[in-house]
Design a protein around this ligand. Sequence first.
Ligand SMILES: *Cc1c(COP(=O)(O)O)cnc(C)c1O
Length: 421
Amino acid sequence: MAENSLHVVDPEIAELIKAEERRQADTVKLIASENYVSKAVLAATGTVLTNKYSEGYPGKRYYEGQQVIDQIEALAIERAKAVFGVNHANVQPYSGSPANLAIYLAFLQPGDTVMGMGLPFGGHLTHGWSVSATGKWFNPVRYGVRKDTGRIDLDEVREIALRERPKLIFCGGTAIPRTIDFPAFAEIAKEVGAVLAADIAHIAGLVAGGAHPSPVGHADVISTTTHKTLRGPRGAMLMATSDEHATAINKAVFPGLQGGPHNHTTAAIAVALHEAATEEFRDYARQVVLNAKALAEELISRGFDLVSGGTDNHLILMDLTPKGIGGKPAAQALDKAGLETNYNSVPFDTRKPFDPSGIRIGTAGVTSRGMGVAEMRQIGAWMDQVVSALAKDEDEAKHVITRVHGEVRELTSHFPAPGLS
Ligand SMILES: *Cc1c(COP(=O)(O)O)cnc(C)c1O
């Protein structure tokens, strides 16, 4: 071991990282916003690129020594343009939330009206939710889903837009199990003269892999994180088709909102985009959706109530009310059994956000481990066993959790996660 290795310099943190690696290896990751990056992406992240400041853009920097950084960022941009089929890409946003804030800075003045999906219906905080800066500094109006279908009602979206005249409309979100109708949103935005932002943070990998329709040609601006289904490092990108929108976005990201870009992240994004351009990644994206559909079917057959009745993408949102249990105790029990999920509000939830009725799951992570339809059926069965036991009797639940945890470890040992040793 090198004398300056992490383990020697800081054994405490080194041990904790090891422990987290073991936890990730032994757990079935069903958190819809997470994934496992490849060894190559991980390698790019942990490099000397973190030492370099490079405020500005390739060819127009405020610091010297950009001979290499310019090439890295230019490559990341070219790959983003090729993978998503756009004319402009900005790969500098630190994460999804600052990327979205840059959209406000580019197109709105404080107090202007923004329309987004309400958080309890599946929208993101940054789409104008009240506790977010975007809800405090702008005038938010919201759309939701229909109570009977659990799906977005585009007539309602149009009605609200015509009444409120937003300058910016967001489509996309964090807990939407169905295909986003980009052409319909574009028509509404055009009718009211709003900028349409498609936030594809969750589905970017599916869009890149051809498993979800693309917003290109419909949305004025596309925002995405790079660390969810796209399987890259924690980061984000903003994309646009027109020069005018691209210029506004670039100015908003730097110098409007950020200083120096995280060059190690930029490199890792470039690697992830290189991987996303392969035929294997198309197969991956397709399998993510097949797995989600298989898991949804299994859960429905076991009496779970899925919002909108199923899924078109990687994500499943379910209301546990018919199972006689809240989302939080269910998520905690599932975690003890090695099945990692998050509790989540469901549309028209009667419980509080910190103790809501639902849980949200996704298949991006398990699919990265090579799991398929058979494993999804098994996972659905385990979820049912844990949740049903918990609803019935705490002692019985303890036994079921212990048994399932053993079986989960057995399964995960056969499906090594990318990037983990
Ligand atoms: C995850 C997510 C974001 C925010 O990304 P962070 O990197 O967590 O800031 C924004 N929008 C949507 C729709 C998301 O799902």
